[in-house]
Each structure stands twice: as structure tokens, then as C-alpha cells.
Design a protein around this ligand. Sequence first.
Ligand code: AMP
Length: 296
Amino acid sequence: MRVTGTFAETRAACRGTVALVPTMGFFHEGHLALMEAARELADTVVVSLFVNPLQFGDPGDLARYPRDLERDATLAEAVGADLLFAPPPEEVYPAPPAVRVSLPALSTELEGAYRPGHLDGVAVVVAKLYAGLQPDLAFFGRKDAQQLAVVSRLAGDLSFPVRVIGCPTVREQDGLALSSRNVFLAPEERSAALSLSRGLLAAADAAEAGERSGAALEGVVAAEMEAAGLAAAEYVALADAAAATRIPTLDCVAFLAVAARVGAVRLIDNVFLDPAGPADRGVRLTRPSLLYAKGN
Ligand code: AMP
């Protein structure tokens, strides 16, 4: 596994079909599943690792973000990634960018309402990765459903010749969606946090049984959280999957998303719902995630 630090060096090391997996590191099985999916379809798998300051609103969150390049290189190599592109900040932002990349129609609601500027920061760095690495394919997690809508539309609107592929959310055995931030949950917070996935999975059952009302589906999640003693969610919302805007009725491919603070940790999760077919509830690990392995 080669670790690269510049766009030019990374591009020069690619051959054949190139798949990009953008990440902020501290890998867990959610990241590794993206790399495995990329490995299936491409000759060269490039994993980018960059903790992008532009997408953090809170400097404390940025400073606390877990980082371990050596651990990440070992994990990425084990699933067959070819290159780990881990640029220093000055490679990505030689100067503070004057350009703005913004998709207001897709980034005003949901995360956009609670993390102003976050999705614009994502759009800038992903546009730079598309332009600087010129991948044929780019893999993103459905866990960040609104982000997936943004980076897909970004590619189309700016004619980046990349196909964006969304992959299912990877969950712990008990249903908690994997997130690098889960390591900050105290045990009692972690068990309260399980009400998010429990609610979403119950709502997926309801949708598959014919429930089409957004309010009813959202209510299933809110009730599960309330029963677990969690304060109200920041939002529980049924949204059009491509537009990332709220819809009153499940009448297109959609996601039901929740965001909530559990202690000091902000969690997001969702299920993808399709009125014409089964829900995507994500996939469960059969053993505890790497996040809980000794030494992390
Ligand atoms: P991050 O390092 O948090 O920026 O995430 C990098 C990529 O991994 C993004 O496309 C995320 O959507 C994806 N990802 C994060 N957590 C999960 C998960 N639990 N399952 C699947 N993909 C995930």
C-alpha cells in the first residue's frame, strides 16, 4: 500500500479504471465496505484521507476528530486498496479557497439547517478530489444520505466524468450505525443511542407493510427515542433521496433520516425507503466493530 501526498503523484500511480473512496480516516467497517465495493469494480482503488477543515463548524470537533494514519494504512491495505492519498492541508488548500461550491436546493434542509456551511465544505473538497484525481467511480456511504445526494448532483451539474455509487450503512450487531464518533459514547449513552436505529428499522417495517405517511413514519422513530429517554431529535424527516428535501408522502425513492445529540455526541442515521420495493436497512456486522478493538 502506497501512501501519497499530492494529487499529481496519486494520479500518476493510477492505471485502468480508477475508484475513489473519500474519507476522513479512523477507519471502521463502514469505510472498509466502501473500499471492498470499489475493489470489485476498479483496477485502482484510491482511498483519500483528509480531515477537511472547511466542513467543520466547531473547531473543537475538528481538533477532537480521531486520527491514526498508520492504523488506517494497515486496514485499507488488508481490503486491497492500492493507494492511500493523505495530503497535507496545503496540498488541498494552497491558499484559502476563493471559490464557493454550493448546492442550496439540496443543502438547506436536514443537516443544512443544523450544520450551516457543512455541506458546502464537503462539496468544495469533493469537487477538488473529482478534479484532482479524475476517478471513474466514487463510492460514498448511504449513512450520510444528504451528502450522497449532494456529491451525486455535484458530479452531474459540473460534468465531472465520474459515476457516484452509494453503499449500504454498516451497523453494529445491535443496530447502531458505525461512526468514528461512537467511541465518545459512554455506555449508558450508547444504549440510549440504539433507539435511533430501532425506530428507523421499525419505520422500515411499517413502510414495507404499506405505510406511506411521512408523519406516521417519522412518528415511529420519535416514539422509540422518547421511550429511551432521549431528548427530541434535531430532526426526523422523510426526504426525497435525490433532492434531499422533505416530502409528506412516501411516493418516490426516499430516506427517513434522524439526527440527535446523545450526550456530547451528535449522531445521524437513516433507512432508504422505496414505495416499489424493499427498504435498505443497511447491513449488520456479525462481531463487534473494529472501533471497539483493543488499542483504539
Ligand atoms: P467519513 O470518514 O466519516 O467522512 O466517511 C467516509 C465515507 O464513509 C462517507 O462516504 C460515509 O458516508 C461513509 N460511511 C461512514 N460511516 C458509514 C457506515 N456506518 N456505513 C457505510 N458507510 C459509512
